[in-house]
Design a protein around this ligand. Structure first.
Ligand code: HEC
Length: 125
């Protein structure tokens, strides 16, 4: 009992350390973008569990040619399948989200070792 509590504490300490280290290289604008991204975009653009599918495409600095201007317009207006965020976030916040996306290396949202089975139904189909 005591031992398992200790293990949990060690794991928690490790997890906290990792997330702090990941945030360290982000400037204030990118950190704001990261918070808003996790709040509003992650539900469709990240893989919440190892075996679940993603509704939207993986996002990284490669999307829309990595052009912040295009990212901001896309995020503001959305598409038929993605809501626009111009009434949710002000231009500074949208710029922060675009700046954060530009820090993401390809492959971070989609976990290649845990692909969903090809025949499993996904919300995108
Ligand atoms: C309801 C699900 C959903 C949410 C929430 C969502 N998206 Fe999307 N997003 C999509 C889908 C689906 C696409 C693919 C385009 C399409 O099919 O219309 C997309 C496409 C994109 C693209 C273009 C990718 C490309 O290269 O074509 C960007 C950039 C993007 N989303 C950013 C965001 C950001 C930033 C947020 C949060 C502020 C967000 N999305 C929230 C579903 C979503």
């Amino acid at each position: 009992m005591k031992r398992s509590a200790l293990i949990v504490m060690i794991l928690l300490a490790g997890a906290t350390h990792v997330s702090t280290a990941a945030e360290n290289h982000l400037n204030a604008q990118q950190q704001l973008g990261r918070r808003l991204f996790e709040q509003s975009c992650g539900v469709c653009h990240t893989r919440p569990t190892l075996i679940s599918g993603m509704y939207g495409p993986e996002l990284s600095k490669l999307n829309l040619g990595g052009q912040e201007e295009l990212l901001r317009t896309f995020i503001s207006n959305g598409t038929a399948r993605m809501p626009g965020f111009k009434y949710t976030y002000n231009p500074d916040e949208i710029a922060a989200i675009a700046a954060y996306i530009k820090t993401l290396p390809p492959g971070t949202q989609d976990i290649p070792t845990a692909r969903a089975p090809t025949k499993a139904p996904t919300p995108a189909q």
